[in-house]
Ligand binder design. Sequence first.
Ligand code: SAM
Length: 326
Amino acid sequence: MKDSYGREINYLRISITDRCNLRCVYCMPMDGMTFVPGPELLTPGEIEDVARAAADAGFRKIRLTGGEPTLRRDVVDIVERLTHIPGIREVVMTTNGLRLPWLAEPLAQAGLARVNIHIDTLNETRLTRVMRLNTLDKVWAGIEAAEQSELVPIKLNVVVTRDYNEEDVADLARLTLEHDWHVRFIELMPLGGPAEIAFNHYVSTRESMDRIEASLGSLFPLNDGDVVGEARLYRLAGARGTVGFISPVSDPYCDSCNRMRLTADGRIRLCLLSEEELNFRDALRGGGTHEDLVALFQRAVWAKPKGHQLQDGIHPENRTMSQIGG
Ligand code: SAM
């Protein structure tokens, strides 16, 4: 399915909850968040209906995200439903890993292909500040559980935030020397509530690369230096894993964007960094047929904007990342 700019759109990220068991400093304030009331979240059956329509509209890959997707008690059921849909080739998940020690195996049994796990630093003190989590062991246990259940290759997501963890990028990149992991550094984006932090604490990919190379030696580009998915990939000499950089601010990849998002309250978000949304849940709950839902996806894909407008000073203010689905 092509959008009006000729891009193939085949990847749907579904936020199944806007709640989270962490309060990362750039994502969610400590207090004052209001969450989507339970009855307004899509049920497993509704998520399946959405995904069947998405598959018939041409989507091939689904990522479950949030908030923290593993907080949903029915997360295994949701995964199982999605992995059986004809046309959907891969169901994956983005998580902070804290609940994986219990859930990795059932999720793998349900057909989940792999996980991206979020970890911003290996330093316990700074972990408390940036992810507001008191111990690294909990994330580490999640990573190990994912590996044991073969939710691989493991991707680790690091959001680089000045004054919080910009000094830690080399330690995180060093993990790829010993582990077959993909460690990806993400530029902070201005979104919703804590947008101010993105303006004041942004660190460019160039700066993170310089820090890593100063400490660990050259980063050798893979895939001719082209963007793969959303990241440019590199390898340190002799490393088992790769180091990736996702640079929506300094090196936007809108031209090759292949994705759409469904928010926890059932809106199709046409672009992460634009406020445009279509209300899918109303169509679903208002008696829309499967064909209506397929048509709504097609409409959404056609209306997808060419790219974000951060360079013109325009950023979305209506939702935080946790509400959209990161
Ligand atoms: N709870 C899961 C997690 O921690 O990965 C999934 C949801 S979280 C919103 C998804 C990703 O978005 C995380 O890697 C998080 O660090 C990232 N994120 C949140 N706010 C961001 C921002 N303003 N800019 C860039 N990445 C952000």
